[in-house]
Design a protein around this ligand. Structure first.
Ligand SMILES: NC(=O)C1=CN([C@@H]2O[C@H](COP(=O)(O)OP(=O)(O)OC[C@H]3O[C@@H](n4cnc5c(N)ncnc54)[C@H](O)[C@@H]3O)[C@@H](O)[C@H]2O)[C@@H](O)CC1
Ligand SMILES: Nc1ncnc2c1ncn2[C@@H]1O[C@H](COP(=O)(O)OP(=O)(O)O)[C@@H](O)[C@H]1O
Ligand SMILES: [K+]
Length: 516
């Protein structure tokens, strides 16, 4: 699913109005009408007190349409105009006139703190104060209203975007945002919904199709995409009957050091569960008995030194995909081994954990990293790689430029992991806070490597790996709970996650995975 920028959404608006030959106000009526229907379907006429807060732009206009329709249908509504600017939009004024003409209960005007109404936790708040047109920090009294809404603990339905949040940029130090219980966003969710500093203000969101020009939406490229089931179904290849393990690639996982051999175990097992035909772990000698005991399915290679860390990386395995980093440590000997290893590599690698930290300390090493390699940093590792950022949007820009300059794929891990390549962002939709536990990153490395070994393009391997890793965790929490989930559980549920890709809603019947 494409995520459009605010500029593109304004353009889509304009194109639709021109093509359909309709006044722009019709779109406001459409948008407000759909939100009203959404609310009515859930409220079914219940007399819950609804407080509709309207700004003075088109977001406020949408809210006025919603208020009018609610009032006309007998709901218990109080409407407030948050009078934060003299420049009321033309369509806002039309919606205001329509409300005055059609219902008896006119809005109250809020000009400052003294006009604030009481808001109780039992109220429903409709937040239509600012939409994607917010372009500066609101005045203090407006922010005080946001705080009042937030402190009320009322169910808050934000129209298009939580007021106070910018669609395409981060927050400033003094900004305050309405905390939304639910955001109904027009046509496309906004990028800010998926970034930690802004996404935390949103509990749930959904989109409302207000019928913008389909041709514009289909043909306009977007730099940001949401990756969910349909996108992954298209990538997934399945298997035919006449297969053998040699057809599904050989993964090599290079990592481990004294006390951190578990990272290699986790990654190796995950590569197998992701479907890699063969898996070999390359560990320092001390790790050989550990790996051989823990994972009978995995082969093991080691260096010629009797050490707790690598001193060289030299192997016989003819791997289709190589991951380096889990549990590897940053000992000087390991750094030297990794340097000479990188020089010999041409095919894309999966680079994680300490391998990223080593590169961060020796930026010149990036020159040796093969094109289309996949780097999987968590936020701390990413900062070491690309430097400090001002906010999440700045982080994305810095990461995208870094990835472009070095022709690599970067997987920014966290809630809504974002895969970055060629100035494009791919936002994952699976996963949960149960993944915030030791070793889940190692599992991710294994899953991505397992897909790469099976012949998926590195971008597909990265996106599918991230998606299935999150989905496996989503399935696993049903059994273990958020706190109880541990990294190995994610691996155990990988198969279940892939199976669920082809489950249809029950009444439609299950569909078998497609064959190659
Ligand atoms: N295609 C779409 O997506 C549609 C969008 N519509 C609505 O239109 C909204 C955008 O409307 P607008 O562009 O009028 O913008 P907003 O409704 O977000 O309002 C902001 C208005 O206040 C001004 N403003 C910005 N920051 C301010 C501040 N800190 N203090 C005071 N005033 C400030 C702006 O100049 C602008 O006029 C969308 O979010 C959506 O709700 C709908 O009306 C219909 C179609
Ligand atoms: N709150 C969360 N929601 C979704 N995914 C999460 C969350 N917290 C962590 N994750 C995922 O868990 C993994 C953690 O990786 P990482 O920090 O490298 O762990 P480790 O180093 O212990 O293996 C990443 O895939 C990340 O996206
Ligand atoms: K809003």
């Amino acid at each position: 699913m494409k995520i459009f920028s605010s500029k593109q959404l304004y353009e889509a608006d304009k194109v639709t109005i021109e093509k359909e030959g309709i006044p722009s106000y019709n779109l406001m009526e459409r948008a407000g009408g759909y939100v009203y229907e959404w609310m009515h379907k859930r409220l079914q006429g219940q007399p819950v007190p609804i407080k509709v807060f309207c700004g003075i732009g088109n977001n406020g206009g949408d809210a006025l349409v919603i208020a009018r329709l609610l009032l006309k249908n007998g709901y218990n509504v109080d409407t407030y105009i948050v009078d934060c600017n003299d420049k009321r939009s033309t369509d806002f004024l039309k919606a205001y006139e329509a409300l005055k003409n059609e219902v008896k209960k006119w809005p109250e005007i809020i000009k400052g703190v003294e006009n604030f109404p009481e808001i109780s936790p039992q109220d429903i708040v409709v937040d239509g104060i600012f939409g994607i047109g917010l372009n500066r920090c609101p005045e203090d009294w407006v922010k005080a209203l946001f705080v009042k809404i937030n402190e009320s603990k009322a169910y808050t339905l934000s129209i298009d975007i939580p007021s106070g949040m910018y669609g395409d940029r981060g927050l400033d130090k003094d900004d305050i945002v309405v905390h939304s219980t639910f955001v109904l966003s027009f046509m496309s969710p906004k990028l800010a919904f998926f970034l930690p500093e802004t996404g935390k203000y949103i509990n749930m969101w959904d989109t409302i199709d207000i019928g913008l020009d389909p041709e514009y939406l289909a043909t306009t490229p977007s730099d940001v995409k949401l990756i969910s089931k349909p996108e992954i179904q298209q990538m997934y290849k399945g298997r035919s009957q006449y297969t053998h393990k040699g057809m599904f690639g050989h993964s090599l996982i290079i990592g481990g050091s004294f006390g951190k051999m578990g990272a290699v175990q986790l990654a190796s097992k995950a590569a197998l569960r992701a479907g890699s035909g063969l898996v070999t772990a390359y560990v320092p000698q001390i790790g050989v008995p550990i790996l051989q005991t823990a994972l009978p399915e995995v082969m093991v290679e080691t260096d010629n030194f009797n050490g707790k860390v690598f001193e060289e990386i030299d192997f016989q395995t003819e791997a289709n995909a190589i991951a380096i980093g889990p549990g590897m440590g940053t000992d000087e000997k390991t750094v030297a081994a990794m340097e000479s290893f990188l020089k010999s590599q041409k095919a894309p690698l999966v680079i994680d954990a300490d391998a990223i930290n080593i590169i961060a300390k020796r930026p010149a090493l990036m020159k040796q990293v093969p094109a289309l390699s996949i780097l999987t940093p968590h936020p701390g590792e990413l900062e070491r790689l690309v430097g400090k950022w001002d906010d999440d949007f700045d982080k994305l820009e810095k990461t995208a430029k870094f990835a472009k300059n070095h022709n690599v794929i970067i997987v920014i891990k966290g809630a809504h992991t974002i895969t970055v390549y060629d100035m494009q962002l791919y936002i994952n939709t699976t996963g949960n806070p149960g993944l915030s536990t030791a070793g889940t990153g190692d599992v991710l490395t294994g899953v991505i490597t397992g897909h790469l070994a099976q012949g998926y393009h590195p971008m597909e391997a990265a996106m599918m790996g991230v998606y299935f890793h999150g989905l496996a965790a989503d399935v696993a929490v049903n059994q273990y709970g958020i706190e109880g989930l541990i990294a190995g559980d994610v691996t155990e549920f990988l198969g279940r996650a892939v199976m669920s890709l082809f489950e249809k809603p029950e009444q439609e019947g299950a569909q078998a995975p497609p064959q190659q």
